[in-house]
Design a protein around this ligand. Structure first.
Ligand code: SF4
Length: 220
């Protein structure tokens, strides 16, 4: 069901890599979306990393080994992001986050997600994130299911949009920072304003980000 991009791409076993002051974690290449603007459509890497197409999906222990290898003193956060949707590997995500919290208790953990975990897994899984994940960034991408479907081409069809919004609602109040994001170049001002109405109502932040190309060195 989930799109697997493994094919003739350059691959490596890059499970952890540095982006700015953060360590990003790459635990899968699977995703339930096929976004028109996805960085993966035109590249093999992100922010100057090694190829992020994986030779195999890592265990939590394999991620921790690479984190220890590249860890630096002023590291600001761990970010589950990479070249796929982290909640496609929910139990590895949870196990890795627990090990990171155990070894680096003062460093916050962020989850970047398409918000479809409750379709990929189940609603009950969401609560496993609480008390473990400090910040969640949900790719909102549009204010309505039709535009979302066109931009993100989810395998779940039009129910993906409302599932993503409901996931965000459940996170608010249970995860310290909940942020939705949209890509500025893909939406009209009117659509962005409607996104803001939705996130204000939910009590979450809205981040309007720029389109990311393979040559960008920092996500901000
Ligand atoms: S949700 Fe993220 S990883 Fe998945 S296709 Fe969209 S931009 Fe790419």
């Amino acid at each position: 069901m989930q799109k697997d991009f493994l094919g003739s791409k350059s691959r490596s076993n890059t499970f952890a890599y540095i982006v700015g002051d953060n360590i990003y974690l790459n635990i899968t290449n699977r995703c339930t979306n096929d976004c028109t603007f996805c960085l993966r459509n035109n590249g093999d890497a992100a922010y100057g990393s090694n190829p992020l197409w994986l030779e195999h999906e890592p265990t939590a222990d394999e991620v921790l080994i690479q984190v220890k290898d590249i860890f630096f003193d002023n590291c600001q956060s761990f970010v589950f992001c990479g070249y796929g949707e982290p909640t496609c590997r929910f139990q590895t995500l949870i196990k890795t986050a627990k090990q990171l919290k155990n070894k680096y208790p003062n460093i916050p953990i962020r989850l970047n997600t398409n918000g479809q975990s409750e379709l990929i897994n189940s609603i009950e899984y969401t609560s496993q994130l609480f008390g473990l994940i400090d910040s969640v960034s949900i790719s909102m991408n549009s204010s309505n299911e039709d535009d979302y479907d066109e931009l993100c081409r989810p395998v779940f069809g039009k129910k993906a949009f409302s599932a993503m919004i409901e996931f965000g609602k459940r996170c608010v109040g249970n995860i310290p920072t909940v942020q939705f994001s949209v890509v500025e170049e893909t939406l009209s001002e009117e659509n962005i304003a409607k996104c803001r109405e939705i996130t204000d109502k939910i009590g979450a932040k809205l981040r309007i980000r720029k389109f990311i190309s393979e040559n960008d060195k920092n996500p901000e």
